[in-house]
Every structure is written in C-alpha cells, then in structure tokens.
Design a protein around this ligand. Structure first.
Ligand SMILES: NC(=O)c1ccc[n+]([C@@H]2O[C@H](COP(=O)([O-])OP(=O)(O)OC[C@H]3O[C@@H](n4cnc5c(N)ncnc54)[C@H](OP(=O)(O)O)[C@@H]3O)[C@@H](O)[C@H]2O)c1
Length: 259
C-alpha cells in the first residue's frame, strides 16, 4: 500500500504514480476525473472516440499543471481498441493501477421506437466496455501492490427510464458487474461504482435547458452537480483511504432519491 494518505491538497506532483485509464475523458465527467487523477500523481490516458481536439486540450491542461497524460482515440465498444489503449497507457506510464469506466452513451428512445442496433450499441458502450477494460487491464492491475476499478453508473440504473430502457438496463448491469468483479478481484483490487444524478455536461445540456426548472425542483440540492463533484468522489475511491470499500455503488445525486 502507498504510505501516503488521501489529501488532494498535498498529494500531487511529487507522487509519481503509474497509469490510470479513464475511458471517455475528453469531455464532461470523464475529463474532470482525468484532471483529478493527474493531480493525484497518476499518468492519465485521456480516451476519446471522436473529439480529438477536446482530448488534446485536456492533455494540455493536465501538462500545464505539471501532470502527465496522453490522448488515445478508441471506441470502448471494441475490445481491440480497448486492448490497444490499455497497452499504450501501461507503456507510457510504466503500469496501470486505476481503471475508470466512464464512457457512456445516452440516447432518447422508447422500446417501441428503438432499433436492435441502438440497443446493442448502448449495451456495448455502457456495459460491455467495462468488461473489456478490466479484462485487458487485469494483468497490469494484478502486478501493482493494489488496484482500483471504478465504474460510472447512473441514477437510471435504480429508477429505470421511460425514454432509455437500453441505457438504464446497461447501467443496472454495471452494478452486477461491479459486485462480481469486487468478489473476484479481492483483496488487492477494489471495484466500486459511482452513480451520478443530473450533472452539468453535454449529455444533459439539452434536457436541463428544456426542463431545467422541473428537474431542479425534484432535487433537494436544487441544482445539478458539477463534473468536479463526481470526480472528487472518484478520487477518494481511487485512494488508499478507500481500501476497505468494495462492491459498492455510491450515489451522488443531490438527494433526488428522497424526493
Ligand atoms: N451527465 C449526467 O447527468 C450523468 C448522470 C448519470 C450518469 N452519467 C454517466 O457519466 C458518464 C459520463 O457522462 P458525461 O455526462 O460526462 O457524458 P458526455 O458529456 O456526453 O461525454 C461523454 C464522453 O464519453 C466519450 N465516449 C462516448 N462514447 C464513447 C465510445 N464509444 N468510446 C470512447 N469514448 C466514448 C466521449 O468522447 P468524445 O468526446 O470523443 O465523443 C466523451 O468524452 C457516462 O457513463 C454517463 O452515462 C452522466
């Protein structure tokens, strides 16, 4: 175990740690997680599928604060792409200790209107991708003294959705995968899920613009989360201080459950 306790204020550039793969980290929550882990001393793989420029901006921002990062294009729905980005991360940073399965795809569709292709794509991007990343990264995770897998889930896993059954079902599956991996990979590797509620990103921009008042009225916190608030929770789960937490799904949703 690392001797140093979790203190984001002091743990940084002096602690050169191995690699952290953050899927879908060119924008939104993933980008905030990449910056957070880089600030904790990890060399970060900023993965993107289409936003080349945004990913390179993230790498520049991390490097500007003394951190280490690489941008890697790859579709998380492809095992070959995931294997390649895992290999590049391990090579660039001398190993992998953290995998954050963050890349996600949320499209509005009723089951009646949904194509089989849309269903399969949602399951591949939101669920199979996490299996791919862990499978590919496992030899590297196992060669570290300890490791972390953190899966970014969703409120919809618990509530269901009348306009995205594919997304809700895939995210619910991610909870089962989290618990199964936690059992299989213990004790050295912990596996947890973080389940955000409404968070201010491109994914929610349109719905918050259209139905913001109604949505916020259902959230006791009366606001959406900022990506950095989700990243802070991921930073804690990635730390040595969270070594006794595994198989959990931790909600960060402003209390929307209770309303
Ligand atoms: N925002 C919310 O309110 C909210 C709530 C609950 C859960 N979540 C979950 O949090 C995670 C991040 O969401 P977000 O709001 O930050 O999303 P976002 O703003 O739409 O960003 C999505 C990120 O994932 C990447 N991505 C999408 N498909 C990919 C693929 N096939 N392969 C590799 N990367 C891919 C995108 O890359 P490009 O830039 O290249 O397109 C981008 O970096 C997702 O898993 C989402 O389901 C979000």
């Amino acid at each position: 175990m690392d001797a140093c306790a979790y203190n984001p204020a002091t743990m940084s550039l002096n602690d050169r740690r191995p690699g952290a793969l953050v899927t879908g980290s060119s924008r939104g929550i993933g980008a905030a997680i990449a910056r957070r882990l880089a600030a904790l001393g990890y060399g970060v793989c900023v993965n993107f599928v289409a936003s080349d420029a945004a990913a390179r901006d993230q790498v520049r921002a991390i490097e500007a604060t003394g951190g280490r990062a690489i941008a890697v294009q790859g579709d998380v729905a492809s095992f070959a792409d995931v294997e390649r980005m895992v290999g590049m991360t391990a090579e660039a940073f001398g190993g992998i200790r953290i995998v954050v399965n963050n890349a996600g795809l949320s499209e509005h569709a009723t089951v009646e209107g949904m194509t089989v292709e849309a269903w399969n794509r949602a399951v591949a991007v939101n669920l199979s991708s996490a299996f791919y990343a862990v499978k590919a990264a496992l030899p590297y995770l196992r060669s570290e003294p300890w490791g972390r897998v953190i899966n970014i889930c969703s409120l919809r896993a618990m509530t269901g959705s009348d306009h995205g059954a594919h997304y809700a079902a895939a995210k619910a599956g991610l909870i089962g995968l989290t618990k199964s991996l936690a059992l299989e990979l213990a004790p050295a590797i912990t596996v947890n899920a973080v389940s955000p509620g409404y968070t201010r990103t491109d994914m929610t921009r349109a719905s918050l613009a259209r139905h913001g008042e109604e949505i916020l009225s259902r959230i006791p916190a009366r606001r959406a989360a900022e990506p950095e608030e989700i990243a802070a929770l991921v930073g804690f789960l990635a730390s040595d201080d969270a070594a006794y937490i595994t198989g959990e799904t931790i909600n960060a949703n402003g209390g929307i459950y209770m309303s």
